[in-house]
Design a binder for this molecule. Structure first.
Ligand SMILES: O=C(O)C(=O)C[C@]1(C(=O)O)C=C[C@@H](O)C=C1
Length: 427
């Protein structure tokens, strides 16, 4: 595993980002390419027919876009806080918080410049003229790849070895979108991705819910009795915990980066004592047998993914929309209650609330004057609500929320996944 630090503070890529990265072969998978970039990070992978020329042309497109958009006030206009376009919601005057989760300035205290809508704002087409390139974490056969295909049929899925790399692939124009898991019906939230949403400047432009149907995979000829270990993504291991025990598999359980990667690892290393939890497609791709099918503890196991893009989509009112925000609250009493009531009074349903440690202000003294006094932990709150930012009630709710918050950012306003629910079966 590589340790990555965040890119330099900016919501628009600059020349430092885009001219200096160099591509290096991925140590573990020659079909994936890692990027060494300006800030000394091994940024990860891009692949499937991508070439240095493709990459350089992406950089060129980006360079010209950056150059054409560069204004004297670029640094101050650093952040597209609410969907990039000036609407009455930008009157919210988002306040700076500085240095949240990785040294970035998170919001500006002045309204954004308006820019005229164009047809491409509504359905941005890939600049390179081919199919949409969608970055996901994992290797082919991962559920994230299936989610990318569900979100964007016929897309070119680009495997990345880490979540962070998927974000950076979009930021560096190697990919047009990233698809990332944020929560699972059994395992709960994928906290890493909540933190990354804040550290990066991408916008949520959609969501998909994917039924997750796990299989137990091993090399041909291997029986359950031979196994001494089961490997998979930590979420997959936790989603199958009880079923593994019921199957009599009280063997070591080890976490790896992704489910399909576990299957690939067994096949590549001819591991006769190890099984993987992964999809039926991974079994097919890596030549493994399915020892047990549907081993998730709940047949309704579903993972929710969000799609990320460099530009937000224009919120609409002609279909159900969801909006995701993150905020930190000011000192005061019952602040969280007041914030949430801004939605309740307008009959706006909240679908999710998640708290994460406030990395730059982790604790607050109850009484500043008194050294050694009790401390509160400080949090960032992520909230999803069922309304579009094009609706006046949502704009008013956020205007009210802003009164109680020291920081507020709209992560995206996007169509809800309304796919009729069907319990998972093998895909
Ligand atoms: O490992 C994979 O296949 C993934 O796509 C990751 C992931 C996750 O992070 O939750 C996605 C869906 C399943 O819930 C299990 C694992």
């Amino acid at each position: 595993m590589h340790t990555l630090s965040p890119p330099p503070s900016s919501n628009t890529l600059n020349f430092n980002h885009i001219t200096r990265p160099r591509l290096i072969p991925n140590r573990f998978n020659p079909t994936r390419i890692s990027i060494k970039c300006a800030y000394g990070l091994e940024q990860g992978s891009y692949g499937f027919g991508s070439s240095r020329a493709d990459f350089q042309s992406s950089c060129a497109i980006l360079s010209s876009k950056v150059a054409s958009q560069e204004k004297p006030s670029a640094a101050a206009d650093n952040v597209a806080a609410i969907n990039g376009h000036k609407t009455n919601i930008t009157d919210l005057q988002l306040v700076p918080i500085g240095n949240i989760g990785g040294g970035e300035i998170e919001a500006v205290s002045k309204p954004l410049l308006s820019k005229p809508l164009t047809i491409s704002d509504l359905a941005p087409a890939p600049m390179h003229g081919s199919s949409l390139r969608v970055a996901y974490q994992g290797v082919p056969g991962a559920y994230s790849e299936a989610a990318a295909g569900k979100a964007y049929p016929n897309c070119e899925a680009i495997p990345c070895d880490q979540f962070e790399v998927a974000f950076q692939a979009v930021e560096l124009w190697i990919a047009d979108r990233a698809v990332l898991p944020v929560e699972n019906s059994l395992g709960g939230s994928i906290h890493r991705n909540y933190d990354l949403l804040l550290r990066h400047r991408l916008h949520i432009v959609g969501e998909v819910q994917l039924p997750v149907h796990h299989c137990l995979l091993a090399l041909p000829g291997i029986r359950k009795e031979y196994l001494t270990r089961v490997i998979s993504h930590p979420q997959a291991l936790s989603q199958c915990e009880h079923t593994l025990t019921k199957l009599g598999l009280n063997v070591a359980r080890e976490a790896v980066d992704d489910t399909a990667g576990a299957a690939e690892f067994i096949a590549t290393n001819n591991l006769r004592d190890t099984a993987a939890i992964a999809s039926a497609r991974a079994a097919e791709l890596y030549g493994l047998n399915i020892l047990a099918d549907g081993i998730q503890d709940d047949p309704s196991n579903v993972t929710r993914f969000v799609m990320l893009a460099r530009e937000p989509i224009i919120p609409r009112t002609d279909r159900p929309f969801k909006t995701s925000i993150v905020f930190a609250h000011d000192k005061g009493t019952s602040v969280l209650f007041k914030v949430l009531s801004a939605f309740a009074f307008r009959n706006i349903s909240l679908t999710k609330i998640e708290s994460r440690p406030h990395r730059n202000r982790p604790i607050r003294l109850v009484d500043d004057a008194n050294v050694g006094t009790a401390k509160h932990f400080e949090y960032l709150f992520y909230v999803d609500f069922e309304a579009s930012m094009a609706e006046v009630r949502a704009q008013n709710a956020l205007a009210e929320v802003q009164e109680f918050t020291s920081f507020l950012r709209v992560l995206g306003s996007y169509p809800m996944d309304m796919t009729p629910w069907t319990p998972s079966r093998g895909d």
